[in-house]
Ligand binder design. Structure first.
Ligand code: GTP
Ligand code: MG
Length: 201
C-alpha cells in the first residue's frame, strides 16, 4: 500500500466523540513505552505524526488519522505503566474497553508487545480480555532490532507456547522494528486485504 494522504481528524476523550464509523478502522495499543508512536510513525513514514516521548503514558485520548481517505488508523492510549497511578489505569481501562467493545468499524486491534518481554502479565491479561470478548486482534512485536535473531526466536517460541496453554490457536504475529522498518509491508498488506472485507452497517 502506498500512503498518499494522512489526515489527522481529531482527538476524542470517549467513544461517543469518535468520528462516524463509516470506514474500516485499525487501532494500536499496548503498554506505555512499548514503541507505539514509533511504530505508527514508521508505518506512515512520518517523523512526528504520533508524538514519541520519553515520558511514558502521556496519551489519554483516542487519536484518529484518516489514511488515503479510505481507512482510519487509531492511536489508543497506552496502559499499565507503573507511574501512571491506579486512577489513570482505571480511566484507561474504561476508555479502551468501551472503545474496543463497541467501535463497530474496528477491523483489527494491533496489540503491541516489546519483543524483549514477551510474557508480561499486563499483556497477557489484555490479550485474554480481547479473546474472551471476541475482538479481532493481531500481535505486533516491537523493537526486534534490540535482540539477536536467536533471542528473538526464543522469545517468540515462549510467547507461542504460553499463549497456546490458554488458547486453541495463535493470533497473527508481526515482527517489527521502527528503526529498520521491519514489518511495515506485512502490516500494510494485512490492512489492505482486510479493508476489502469492510461492510458499512
Ligand atoms: P508512550 O506513548 O509514551 O506510552 O510510548 P510509546 O509506546 O509511544 O513509545 P515510543 O514510540 O515513544 O518509544 C519509546 C522508546 O522506545 C523511545 O525511546 C523509542 O526511541 C524507543 N523505540 C521505539 N521503537 C523502537 C524500535 O523499533 N527499536 C528501538 N531500538 N527502539 C525503539
Ligand atoms: Mg506514544
Amino acid at each position: 500500500m502506498i500512503i498518499r494522504q494522512i489526515k489527522f481528524t481529531g482527538s476524542s476523550p470517549s467513544l461517543k466523540a469518535c468520528p462516524a464509523p463509516d470506514r474500516p478502522e485499525y487501532a494500536f495499543t499496548g503498554r506505555s513505552n512499548v514503541g507505539k508512536s514509533s511504530l505508527i510513525n514508521m508505518l506512515m513514514q512520518r517523523k512526528n505524526l504520533a508524538r514519541t516521548s520519553s515520558t511514558p503514558g502521556k496519551t489519554q485520548l483516542i487519536n484518529h488519522f484518516l489514511i488515503n481517505d479510505r481507512w482510519y488508523l487509531t492511536d489508543l492510549p497506552g496502559y499499565g505503566y507503573a507511574k501512571t497511578g491506579k486512577k489513570k489505569i482505571r480511566q484507561f481501562q474504561k476508555l479502551v474497553s468501551d472503545y474496543v467493545l463497541h467501535r463497530e468499524n474496528l477491523m483489527s486491534l494491533f496489540l503491541l508487545i516489546d519483543a524483549r518481554h514477551p510474557d508480561l502479565e499486563n499483556d497477557r491479561d489484555f490479550m485474554d480480555f480481547l479473546g474472551n470478548s471476541r475482538i479481532p486482534f493481531a500481535i505486533v512485536f516491537t523493537k526486534t532490532d534490540k535482540l539477536s535473531s536467536n533471542q528473538l526466536d526464543k522469545n517468540l517460541n515462549h510467547f507461542r507456547k504460553t499463549t497456546l496453554q490458554r488458547w486453541e490457536s495463535l493470533p497473527e504475529i508481526f515482527l517489527t522494528s521502527a528503526g529498520t522498518s521491519r514489518g511495515r509491508d506485512e502490516i500494510l498488506d494485512f490492512i489492505e486485504k482486510t479493508n476489502t472485507l469492510f461492510k458499512k452497517r
